[in-house]
Design a protein around this ligand. Structure first.
Ligand code: FAD
Length: 547
């Protein structure tokens, strides 16, 4: 592409990476979709990938993030408003994602799992959306996940569910009962503790058909949601509640939005600090069982963190490969220079493992209802896969950024936004240590099921390099229930799960992944994998076909 200026011609710059079919150009995704039972969805996924990969969608994403939401605490006359205004492009994304069923397609009309292959089909779409715009996915995730917790309040769920499954986005500030479509947020974290929600001080007093909630939340994202699942101390202990923005008699509920967080990334989405001044809420589940109830939601939000981070990694990789195929340095395309090939191929290898492991995990959700081993696999591996993918994303995106040189570092490109976005998925919904401790707890409570899952993974991974040693390592690291070494065991378990998933979906890649992630001496930096030239070329062609 050459453009004439007064002083020079612009040359040797890659064309923008837009108008790309996010599904058709992604062989690892297609393989994972096929391997996990969603092959009948391929044509629809191709249409989805085409629609989300247009230059227009990337431009809307830029606008949504460069025009972050604004809190309007008061009206011009000093009356409380407590509303947040979003850029039109954010609303467009909400309408698209909700309209495409990302907040509901895994539920049937009773609020139970819709079954295979809906989780896999949704994950493929969610992963593509994550490559374009992330902030709006927060309320989409929370809305779909809230259904799992609302199962503890069947009568309420029966009223709420049709407004989630309607696939309508209705952003107007009105009672949820009057709207065709709703979104749901969650409020657990308080100033004195996020992980330790038992330290919540927000209180709940029984009042009429519900409770009055008094206290605060220190992080409550998507504050324009129609309702929130919140934790508060009821007379019999920490309890889950459904807190609508409007009371049943149509008044604005007593939620006081204090501030919006000034966040590193995730800027198109609002995250609020909020006070509840005797806000009305219905109870969800028994008093004292708040953690038990909301954990059903948390498991699904963790899954989405893994899917979204895999999507961020994928977009960073695609940008890097695209750039290297166009940029000439020292008279040769970067993509043709062997050290750059190794770097790109190593990034591609990581993305292969991430998408395969994440999609196989979603497959377990699809199969859980009829196969107890798949149910155990979903339960055990959700924090494991979340841990590995979300932790891998920032460093992978950084390395991809470096492949673009200076262009990678400036805000006009997408890499800077992906990089700022990435850490949040690791921090929220179970930060690194917390999910590792959860895995230890799961192993001690469900030892037999966990051993069965590990045996299944070992069988699926087969005799590839490093797998047998990894199984022994995982058994030792995790059976000791020694907290200090939990991360090493969880990471190995994730890598073993990735090898197992690759064996099923992309067997040609499984061996390289096992060699470089399980058998090779551990290296913390990307680009050090000893891949053959043929392996590197194969990985890059799968990552992004030439031409
Ligand atoms: C952008 C964004 C949006 C958010 N949105 C929401 C929301 O909508 N709703 C909501 O409820 N929350 C939300 N959060 C809050 C988030 O869930 C919490 O920040 C997170 O759970 C961690 O809690 P904390 O900040 O209190 O950290 P802490 O609980 O103090 O943890 C600090 C660190 O200590 C580690 N740690 C904790 N316990 C142990 C232990 N026993 N051993 C070793 N290490 C440990 C943790 O892994 C973490 O790294 C959001 C956060 C962000 C950044």
């Amino acid at each position: 592409m050459r453009t004439a200026f007064d002083t020079h011609e612009v040359s040797n710059q890659a064309p923008p990476f837009v108008d790309v079919n996010l599904f058709a150009a992604d062989r690892p995704l297609r393989d994972a979709v096929n391997a996990n039972g969603a092959h009948t969805d391929i044509a629809a996924l191709e249409r989805f990938g085409e629609g989300w990969g247009t230059a227009h969608m990337f431009e809307l994403a830029r606008l949504a993030n460069e025009n972050p939401p604004k809190l309007r605490t008061f009206d011009p006359y000093g009356r409380r408003l407590d509303i947040v205004e979003f850029h039109p492009s954010y609303h467009r994304f909400m309408r698209e994602s909700i309209g495409d069923g990302l907040a509901c397609m895994t539920w049937d009309e009773h609020g139970t799992r819709a079954g295979a292959p809906t989780e896999v089909a949704r994950a493929a779409r969610y992963y593509m959306v994550a490559q374009v715009e992330n902030g709006h996915m927060c309320p989409v995730t929370m809305t779909r996940a809230a259904v799992a917790a609302l199962a503890a309040a069947p009568a309420l769920l029966a009223r709420v569910l049709p407004k989630i499954t309607s696939r309508q986005y209705a952003p107007e500030f009105r009672s949820w009962t009057e709207k065709s479509g709703i979104t749901i947020g969650m409020g657990m974290t308080e100033k004195q503790g996020g992980t330790d929600v038992c330290a919540n001080t927000t209180s709940a007093e029984p009042a009429g058909e519900g409770y009055l909630i008094t206290g605060h939340k220190w992080f409550m994202s998507a504050p324009m949601s129609d309702a929130f699942l919140v934790l508060a101390q009821a007379p019999a202990g920490l309890t889950c509640f459904f807190m609508p923005r409007f009371t049943p008699d149509g008044q604005v509920n007593a939620l006081r939005l204090q501030r919006l967080k000034d966040k590193l990334g995730n800027r198109s989405n609002a995250s609020s600090e909020v006070e509840f001044a005797g806000a009305f809420a219905w109870r969800v589940g028994d008093e004292g069982r708040g953690v038990r109830t909301i954990i059903e939601m948390v498991q699904l939000t963790r899954l989405d963190c893994a899917i979204a981070s895999a999507g961020l990694m994928r977009m960073a990789l695609a940008q890097a490969v695209h750039h290297a195929r166009h940029r000439v340095v020292f008279q040769r395309k970067l993509a043709d220079q062997s050290l750059m090939q190794t770097v790109l191929a190593d990034l591609a290898l990581e993305c292969e493992g991430a998408v395969a492991a994440m999609m196989r995990l979603c497959g377990s959700y699809d199969l859980a209802a009829r196969d107890p081993l798949e149910e155990a696999r979903a339960r055990l591996l959700t924090p494991v896969i979340k841990y590995w993918i979300c932790k891998s994303a920032p460093s992978l995106i950084y390395e991809a950024m470096e492949c673009l040189g200076g262009n990678g570092y400036v805000e006009e490109g997408i890499l800077a936004r992906l990089y700022r976005e990435a850490p949040v998925n690791a921090i929220w919904e179970g930060s690194g240590n917390v999910v590792c401790l959860d895995v230890l707890r799961a192993l001690s409570h469900e030892g037999e099921a966990a051993r069965a899952v590990l045996a299944q993974l070992a069988k699926e991974a087969g005799a590839l390099p490093g797998c047998a040693e990894a199984v022994t390592f995982i058994q030792n690291a995790l059976s000791a229930t020694e907290e200090a070494h939990a991360r090493a065991g969880v990471e190995r378990l994730a890598l073993l799960a990735a090898v197992a998933a690759l064996q099923a979906g992309a067997p040609g890649i499984a061996s390289a992944f096992a060699r470089h992630r399980l058998a090779a001496p551990f290296t913390r930096l990307f680009g050090a994998a000893e891949l053959t030239q043929a392996e590197a070329a194969g990985l890059l062609e799968r990552a992004l076909p030439v031409g």
